[in-house]
Design a binder for this molecule. Structure first.
Ligand code: FES
Length: 86
């Protein structure tokens, strides 16, 4: 069985109000072929308070990489890049 790609959706206050309230169920929103390759969990904060640059909420982490200004399309695009590397 292939290892699943781990997606962590931040539901901390800033990320939640800046868009992640619509992405908590991101697995259901992904294209079908990607849906089966991911494992999704929530996180309270992915570390935005430690950033030295101006935070760009909302954040979603994909296999340890933090995606800023996260959206369904940016996460899908990143997942496609991971697929092409594999
Ligand atoms: S509140 Fe989302 S990364 Fe900190």
């Amino acid at each position: 069985m292939d290892k699943k790609i781990k997606i962590r959706v931040c539901v901390g206050t800033h990320c939640y109000v800046m868009g992640n309230q619509n992405l908590k169920d991101i697995k259901d929103q992904l294209p079908g072929d990607l849906r089966e390759k991911v494992q999704v969990e929530g996180a309270v904060c992915l570390g935005c308070e430690k950033l030295t640059t101006k935070p760009k909420h909302p954040y979603i982490e994909v296999d340890g990489t933090l995606i800023e200004n996260a959206s369904l399309s940016s996460v899908t695009e990143y997942l496609r890049k991971l697929e092409n590397k594999a």
